[in-house]
Design a protein around this ligand. Structure first.
Ligand SMILES: [Zn+2]
Length: 329
């Protein structure tokens, strides 16, 4: 296979695989474990445990345990090689389909002025950042013929959630950010430029922390809510910025932050009028603090997020000052 087996297994977290196959587990306390009925034996009370940090499972009922490939071997009665192939098969087509889609939207950004215009309004103007993040534009109504020319059936597009059941494109008049994980696109985020519901993701996992491969090397990491926050901060030189797409971190994203025990996380969430951002930031701050990380809360002016802070004229120096002033617990 073309990539390292370990990396490949990391690409689909075991928990995500199980959930996609209708396993229902619940989290054990605040730790990295989930438990539920064992899919490998007749189980009457939950004896199957998944550790999302280690990406391993263990069943106290039948004694089976291991990683994703081991799970596929046992549940599908396949050999090791067959299991690897099975998981590859399951993943590859979607990643490839999303790559084709993202590339199409990227071209579209330069065909219609409204996408670039919207980016400029949101303070994103550096062509290198736009290119590096792979930002695109979905005008809507033209994705299907393009992808069908690549041989994708309508069913595949429906299944991936790119086309709605009634036929229209899921992303219409939206600026698109591809969510990458180890060079594979795992989801697409679309920000409406019109009146439609502002945020939209495909109905699949949002993946790990945004651009974690490049951000994980830093000792200080800035965590923001939205991809426009990330784009303006990268543009301003804060390349140590990552994003969870929302204020809720998935177990896999939390596990990424916990990789390095010396990490210092600067939380720069929205200072909403309704306190939602502050409450989420506080909850996360306590959670990460309990996990032993250094956490600091960036105090943006009332009603602002990092994106609006910059579009209202703040300079990199201003933001650096906020980081210095950021309070810890
Ligand atoms: Zn079992």
């Amino acid at each position: 296979m073309g990539e390292d087996l370990e990396q490949f297994k990391q690409r689909i977290p075991l928990l995500e695989y199980l959930q996609r196959h209708h396993w229902r587990g619940h989290r054990v306390g605040a730790g990295p474990e989930f438990t539920g009925l064992c899919p490998l034996h007749e189980d009457s009370h939950p004896s199957f445990y998944v550790n999302v940090r280690k990406n391993l499972f263990y069943c106290h009922g039948c004694g089976c345990g291991g990683d994703l490939i081991r799970f596929v071997e046992l549940s599908r009665h396949l050999s090791f090689r067959e299991s690897v192939a099975y998981v590859q098969e399951e993943l590859a087509p979607t990643a490839e389909l999303l790559a084709h889609t993202a590339a199409f939207y990227q071209l579209e950004l330069h065909r219609y002025p409204e996408g670039i215009q919207y980016l400029a309004e949101r303070g994103v103007h550096d062509a290198r950042i736009i290119e590096e993040l792979g930002i695109g534009y979905a005008r809507g109504g033209n994705l299907r013929p393009h992808l069908q020319a690549f041989g994708y059936s309508l069913e595949r597009l429906l299944e991936a959630g790119l086309i709605g059941p009634q036929g229209p494109d899921t992303f219409c008049r939206r600026v698109i950010f591809p969510c990458r994980q180890q060079d594979h696109i795992v989801n697409l985020y679309g920000r409406s430029i019109g009146n439609a519901f502002p945020h939209r993701l495909l109905p699949r996992s949002k993946g790990g922390l945004f651009a974690w491969e490049s951000v994980r090397q830093f000792r200080n990491v800035i965590l923001v809510e939205g991809l426009f926050d990330l784009a303006v901060l990268w543009q301003a030189g804060f390349r140590n910025t990552t994003c969870a797409i929302g204020t809720h971190l998935t177990p896999a994203q939390l596990a990424q932050l916990r990789e390095n025990p010396d990490l210092c996380v600067y939380i720069a969430f929205d200072q909403d009028q309704n306190q939602a951002g502050q409450n989420a930031a506080n909850a996360l701050l306590h959670g990460l603090d309990q996990a032993g990380l250094h956490v600091r809360l960036v105090d943006l002016p009332a009603g602002q997020d990092p994106n609006s802070y910059f579009t209202r004229g703040a300079t990199p120096k201003d933001f650096a000052h906020l980081l210095e002033e950021a309070a810890s617990l």
